[in-house]
Design a protein around this ligand. Structure first.
Ligand SMILES: Nc1ncnc2c1ncn2[C@@H]1O[C@H](COP(=O)(O)OP(=O)(O)OP(=O)(O)O)[C@@H](O)[C@H]1O
Ligand SMILES: [Mg+2]
Length: 318
């Protein structure tokens, strides 16, 4: 359904020294390829600042890519001008981290849910019917419709945001850290809601999170991102059972184990995420990698398939 090839998003930066000096762009996303199939959830993980949100926004075409293509149902949407994006906007919806800033405090819940349908010029009868259908789907009460966002808890607000995102029957919902601002019990409710919606409607998700435990609960496949690039991608079961890239191993070693007594050696990474405007040569992870060797600083490892459906970008994974 969605096929992204060699996608890059570079941000221009102003030089802090002299106006005439050109500074190199910030390469937030740098050559990402991925596919999302119908009725599938692709998880995207990586530490803060690695480019997850930028990639998500580019796929939803809230940003224009610097390079690469995005094919959605066979059509290249990467170069579509803004005015031609109408249909894409309906088909690819986004859910953000903070539900409070996604909801207009002066609108009632009914107005908020109806907004995309009003913009799509649906008639009142059709909007009312769809609103009733949506409320049943997400488990919101009809009596909630006349209330305002501030009268709801964080979890309920995110439920409302999800309801609005589903109004126009989207095929793909891009969720950028949708549960990161919620407490753990509410997180589970929202994840179950998203799974239930997928079962009933067959929508696909790109699910972005920095919490690997959350991603595990919802995804079928998972991709690990580091400094604008994908370093590993695999079926969830393969990645969590046997992460192959040293960066994925470090990320996974930080998850608390459910069984007491089972000790996993925690891998502490050296240093911080390097600057995306001047990424390290060769493998971008080599300065922090516990198993780096001399050639890692010179040669860039390609993302290659090492087992069926399991791709890794590391020189030393066989
Ligand atoms: N509009 C923008 N203009 C300039 N730089 C940007 C812009 N948006 C993001 N960046 C930069 O791009 C890089 C990636 O940011 P991004 O928000 O995609 O990271 P992230 O992986 O989503 O992080 P987090 O987990 O904290 O949300 C960062 O260095 C950020 O400062
Ligand atoms: Mg982000």
């Amino acid at each position: 359904m969605l096929k992204v090839h060699d996608l890059a998003v570079h941000f221009k930066q102003k030089s802090s020294f002299a106006l005439w000096q050109k500074s190199s762009p910030l390469r937030a996303v740098d050559g990402v390829s991925l596919e999302i199939h119908e009725n599938e959830t692709l998880g995207l993980v990586g530490e803060s600042g690695c480019g997850k949100s930028t990639l998500a926004r580019a796929i939803a075409r809230l940003l224009t890519p610097t390079r690469g293509t995005i094919h959605f149902e066979g059509k290249d949407i990467s170069t579509c001008p803004e005015h031609a994006l109408g249909e894409v906007r309906a088909q690819i919806q986004m859910v953000f981290q903070d539900p409070s800033s996604s909801l207009n405090p002066r609108m009632t819940i009914e107005q908020i849910i109806a907004e995309p349908m009003v913009i799509a010029r649906w008639n009142k009868k059709k909007i009312a019917a769809r609103t009733a259908e949506l409320l049943d789907l997400v488990g919101l009460n009809h009596t909630h419709l006349q209330r305002y966002p501030h009268e709801f808890s964080g979890g309920q607000k995110q439920r409302i945001v999800i309801t609005r995102a589903l109004a126009l029957h989207p095929k793909l919902v891009v969720c950028d850290e949708p549960v990161s601002a919620l407490d753990v019990s509410v997180q589970a409710q929202i994840i179950n809601l998203l799974k239930d919606i997928q079962e009933r409607l067959g929508v696909s998700y790109l699910f972005v999170a920095h919490d690997l435990g959350v991603v595990r609960q919802i995804s079928q496949r998972v991709m690990v991102m580091y400094l604008g690039e994908i370093v590993e991608s695999a079926l969830k079961s393969d990645l969590y059972a046997l992460p192959l890239h040293p960066y994925s191993q470090a990320l996974l070693s930080a998850i608390p184990r459910p069984k007491p007594g089972l000790v996993r050696q925690r891998i502490i990474l050296r240093g911080e995420l390097p600057s995306a405007s001047n990424p390290p040569s060769g493998c971008r992870f080599h300065q922090r990698c516990p198993s780096a060797r001399a050639e890692c600083a010179e040669q860039k490892p390609l993302l290659r398939e090492v087992a069926e459906g399991h791709h890794v970008a590391c020189h030393f994974v066989q």
